[in-house]
Design a protein around this ligand. Structure first.
Ligand SMILES: [Mg+2]
Length: 314
């Protein structure tokens, strides 16, 4: 079956990721109750002078997504060694914006000459969000070939996170992005299909729990408190899926709720924003966010290039 690959979905995905990251940026580390008390509903970008970042600027999630996007745009496909070169170029720039521990360790190993197949952090501390938050461009370029996506997601994940849950988190987000980008994501079946795609793991169980919370119409604050929104990929991806599937046609509500869950706000926002943006297209993102987010022009140009590459594979 030929798919109708709409450029707007590719643009919505990458810009949606940046928007979610930027919305969560000033709130990173805060508890949900503090956000409720101090900010209320999160509807606008905010300055974060203590991070030396202004309203609309984003963090390492988008920095690393752009590494994937530039590599794919330049090479025409997922290339592990070229992706690692992009990561290193970002690392050497010093503009880290909240780099994660596993990624920092992996960059040190790459700098020391360890090949990208072996540079990833191992052990349970490597089950962080560093893959899920950045993987969206891989879902876009491989959207017509889910077997290639399964392997490519693993191959780029282990550059930094050689951990089965981190790999599963990357695969889950890339899968949802791919299905949305090619226009056959069904919110009613996404959880079960994603669970089948990633196979048995902690994340699969947490996604099924998110599905049960959705079926029971649980309020987002309670669901996210139970699913978790911390630095553990199992929590963040399940919470982002919950927020998307609760309001699949409403990008603003999805991303706001994701950020309001607290703790790793920028990453929950980035993951929810990438999936919802791919599903709803660029026009689904509120204009004030599209216009206020950092480097929108560069992000949209990369999305256009990746769309042309993916469409040429059909
Ligand atoms: Mg971040």
């Amino acid at each position: 079956m030929p798919f109708d690959l709409k450029a707007s979905r590719f643009a919505g995905c990458l810009l949606g990721l940046a928007v979610g990251d930027a919305l969560g940026m000033p709130l990173e580390g805060m508890r949900a109750t503090s956000i409720r008390n101090r900010v209320g509903r999160v509807r606008d970008f905010l300055d974060a002078p203590w991070r030396m970042l202004r309203a609309g600027q984003w963090t390492d999630d988008t920095k690393m997504m752009l590494c994937h996007a530039r590599s794919i745009a330049g090479r025409g496909r997922v290339d592990v060694h070229d992706t690692a070169r992009e990561f290193l170029a970002w690392f050497k720039s010093g503009d880290w914006r909240g780099i994660g521990g596993s990624t920092y360790e992996a960059m040190q190993r790459l700098l020391a000459g360890v090949p990208p197949e072996e540079s990833g952090a191992k052990g349970e501390m490597a089950a962080g969000n560093g893959v899920a938050m950045r993987i969206a461009p891989v879902g876009l370029i491989d959207c017509l070939d889910l077997a290639a996506l399964h392997e490519d997601a693993r191959a780029v994940a282990v550059i930094t996170h050689d951990n089965p849950e981190a790999v599963a988190g990357g695969r889950a987000v890339a899968f949802a992005v791919a299905r949305a980008a090619r226009g056959d994501l069904d919110p009613a079946t996404l959880v079960d299909e994603t669970v089948a795609f990633v196979g048995p793991c902690e994340l699969a169980g947490r996604l099924l729990l998110a599905g049960r919370f959705l079926a029971g119409k649980m309020e987002p604050a309670e669901a996210l408190a139970r699913l978790g929104t911390g630095g553990y990929v199992v929590e963040t991806v399940a919470s982002a899926f919950f927020c998307f599937l609760r309001t699949p046609r409403d990008f603003e509500e999805t991303v706001s709720r994701a950020v309001e869950g607290g703790l790793d706000t920028d990453t929950t926002g980035a993951v929810a924003g990438a999936i919802s943006g791919a599903f709803n297209g660029l026009e689904g993102i509120p204009a004030r966010w599209r216009e206020g987010v950092e480097a929108a022009g560069e992000i949209l140009a990369l999305a256009e290039r990746i769309h042309a590459l993916a469409a040429s594979r059909q």
